[in-house]
Design a protein around this ligand. Structure first.
Ligand code: OXD
Ligand code: MN
Length: 618
């Protein structure tokens, strides 16, 4: 198999002018070429295209997908440079049940990951990948997480037969020859292989969204590899994101003394112009993008976006923890993103967007539930069918997405690609009961305890029954590439590696009253919680101690201009010792899952919590 495209492919494909193996020399190049050849020999694509990351190539790729029926070009007057993809109905979300961590030893994957013996898994995958790219082009996509050559950045290469994945990776990461050059010079890189698992035999017609009923998303943490088969969707196909930047990177971070976290990253600027950096872990669909693009309702405050989903954190020479957003784009959930909830996101989406599974308007634009208060009178829904507001079903899939460059956000910080020192870490979940609006950790170990206890109601981003409460420690349950108890231990260890640690807070925007109403308005008013936290850092806001941690002293939260009745505030901060003791029993059960591997510090934290709750009852 030649690495350079065949002359016939050159003549027929608009991509043909690009894609020859880059003329890059260096000691690392041979290993890359050998691996590309090995995977090509297995998957047997008709063509191989080395992605150079140029704008011309990206345009040609999009044009080819429009010609092939994979993408619909949106009306340039309404949504310039933008496209709509409709996935197969059976390929609409990340698949946790098909996600595997194949560490050499089962206990290194731990009880919360699916594990398979690596050799057995390779034996399962080999026949699936054998010939899986027949009739298709295999793209070689070199990418950097973090700016190319940056001190916290890491490299990878994805081989894929999905042009949609290539276009998405080009938005979500930094792709191109500059990365290949670093690899050629010998920089380490992670191997990721992706096939939609839908070979084309001679004369077969292709479908708009090729995929396979059989799906595998497999990680080999000991050899730092990802193999994904059968799905073209989101995190199953953009392997740089959840697979690499979280699962594989969490393993690299464990071994090298840094952290890969499922966190947004923002800069908060107070009325005096002082800047603070906040990283926040929230389970999927808890309003992360909204917080990443927060428009404060209190005067004088400003929030700048650095990242909306993933944060890598490393101790700096000065003993502080430094953070970057390793991604270059947002892969955001569209429904619920609207003028009234996140106008910054709506403005970010003015053009150059790859939409997936949203509805198409009659004038060639897009719509989803929540974009506007009123739905258009007629749409083509995400399945490609006519839709009217009385259809009785959503027009956009609940997990429909936009993929857009982060640089397009009006709120993006000028220096968003640089590392920033962390001042605050927030842990949040979607909790109707028990958890107050904000609680301060007593210290780092208590903060790690709070993070290990995040829980949330299940959402559409993953399969399963919507509404069910699930534990999501550090919002990493689906994304930790190793034993979760060892990961808790790594957090504790990081506390020992840094000398000036960020302060940790637990927040909950979603507490409901006895009547089922949300007690807190959320959105821009969440800035009031951040204002209190920043004033705590400065020693300017009072707190009262409770068994679960310090909470705002009466009057210390800035509520001016906000109409929340005192009774709602009381409920928002109510701590029911009995309910918390029951929750402590659930934590015990959860920690028991990991047996002896649960760090003793966390058990001590749990004992301390129980003792304080019991004392409060006496
Ligand atoms: C996501 C998720 O898609 O967390 O970002 O599920
Ligand atoms: Mn996420």
């Amino acid at each position: 198999m030649a690495i350079i495209e065949s002359p016939t492919a050159r003549a027929t494909s608009p991509l043909a002018a690009y894609g020859a193996q880059p003329a890059v020399q260096g000691p690392g190049m041979a290993a890359l070429v050998a691996w590309v050849e090995e995977i090509a020999a297995l998957t047997k694509p008709d063509r191989i295209h080395w992605v150079d990351g140029s704008a011309e190539e990206h345009e040609a790729l999009l044009a080819q997908m429009v010609a092939d029926g994979t993408l619909i070009k949106l009306n340039d007057a309404k949504r310039p440079g933008s496209y709509l993809a409709r996935s197969d109905e059976a390929d609409v979300a990340r698949l946790e049940s098909r996600t595997f961590i194949c560490s050499d030893k089962q206990e290194d994957a731990g009880p919360t990951n699916n594990w398979a013996e690596p050799a057995e898994m390779r034996a399962t995958l080999r026949p699936l990948f054998d010939g899986s790219m027949r009739g298709r082009t295999m793209f070689v996509v070199p990418f950097s997480m973090g700016k190319v050559g940056g001190p916290i950045s890491q490299l990878g290469v994805q081989l894929t037969d999905s042009p949609y994945a290539v276009a998405s990776i080009e938005i979500m990461t930094r792709v191109g020859v500059e990365v290949t050059k670093l690899i050629a010079q010998g920089a380490p890189w992670v191997r990721t292989v992706h096939s939609v698992g839908s070979p084309l035999h001679h004369g077969d017609d292709d479908v708009a969204w090729p995929s396979n009923d059989e799906k595998y998303i497999v990680h080999f943490p000991d050899t730092l590899e990802v193999w994904s088969f059968g799905s073209g969707y989101g995190g199953n196909a953009i392997l740089a994101k959840k697979c690499y930047a979280l699962r594989i990177a969490s393993v690299i971070g464990r071994d090298q003394g840094w952290m890969a976290e499922h966190m947004l990253l923002i800069r908060v600027i107070d009325p005096q112009g002082r800047a603070y950096h906040v990283a926040a872990a929230f389970p999927s669909a808890c309003g992360k993008t909204n917080l990443a693009m927060l428009r404060p309702t209190i005067p004088g405050w400003k929030v700048e976006t650095l990242g909306d989903d993933i944060t890598w954190i490393r101790p700096g020479e000065d003993g502080r923890l430094y953070a970057i957003n390793p991604e270059a784009g947002f892969f955001g959930v569209a429904p619920g993103t609207g003028e009234s909830t996140n106008v910054t996101a709506v403005e970010t989406l003015w053009g150059n967007v790859l939409f997936t599974n949203v509805a198409l308007t009659d004038d060639g634009d897009v719509w989803w539930e929540g974009l506007t208060d009123e739905a258009p009178a007629h749409l083509i829904d995400w399945r490609g069918e006519d839709w009217t507001p009385d259809a009785g079903r959503p027009a956009a899939h609940p997990n429909s997405r936009f993929t857009v460059s982060a640089a397009q956000a009006p709120s993006i910080a000028d220096d968003w690609e640089e590392a920033v020192p962390l001042d605050v870490i927030l842990f949040g979940g979607r909790r109707a009961t028990n958890v107050p609006l904000v609680v301060e950790a007593f210290g780092w170990e208590h903060g790690v305890f709070l993070g290990s206890n995040i829980s949330s109601e299940r959402t559409a981003a993953a399969e399963g029954r919507v509404g069910e409460l699930r534990r999501d420690p550090f919002a990493m349950m689906p994304f930790c590439g190793y034993n979760m108890a060892d990961y808790f231990g790594h957090w504790l260890e990081m506390g020992r590696l840094a000398s000036q640690l960020p302060k940790v807070y637990q927040v909950n925007w979603f507490r409901r009253g006895a009547d089922g109403r949300f007690l807190w308005p959320g959105f821009g008013d969440n800035s009031r919680v951040i204002d209190w936290i920043v004033r705590r850092l400065q020693g300017e806001a009072d707190a009262v101690e409770t068994p679960i941690g310090p909470v705002p002293a009466p009057g210390s939260l800035n509520l001016s201009g906000l109409d929340v009745p005192q009774q709602d505030l009381d409920e928002l901060f109510e701590i029911d010792a009995d309910a918390w003791l029951e929750e402590a029993d659930l934590t015990d059960e959860f920690y028991a899952l990991f047996g002896e591997r649960t760090p003793v510090e966390l058990r001590e934290q749990l004992d301390g919590l129980r003792a304080r709750l019991k004392a409060a009852k006496d």
